[in-house]
Design a protein around this ligand. Structure first.
Ligand SMILES: [Zn+2]
Length: 71
């Protein structure tokens, strides 16, 4: 699963891939790659964004991949 987080310090948004089973233990441990501040989970946006339009599924996936932090 890819979850979107936002940095509390610099407002950068980052997509982080976390296995669903590890989400609860990982969600509070995410740090901003830029300023090392704590990241806050952004509430479900993907389903909504698709419905609103302007995002094709392919463009969305490409965007996700480019922003996903590889462990
Ligand atoms: Zn930051």
């Amino acid at each position: 699963m890819v979850y979107e987080f936002r940095c509390e310090q610099c407002s950068k948004s980052i997509d982080v891939e976390i296995p669903m089973s590890e989400y609860n233990s990982q969600k509070d441990k995410q740090l901003c790659p830029d300023c090392n501040s704590k990241l806050k989970r952004v509430i479900e946006w993907n389903g909504m964004a698709y419905r609103v339009g302007g995002y094709s599924e392919e463009a969305g996936a490409a965007k996700w991949q480019s922003q996903t932090i590889k462990k």
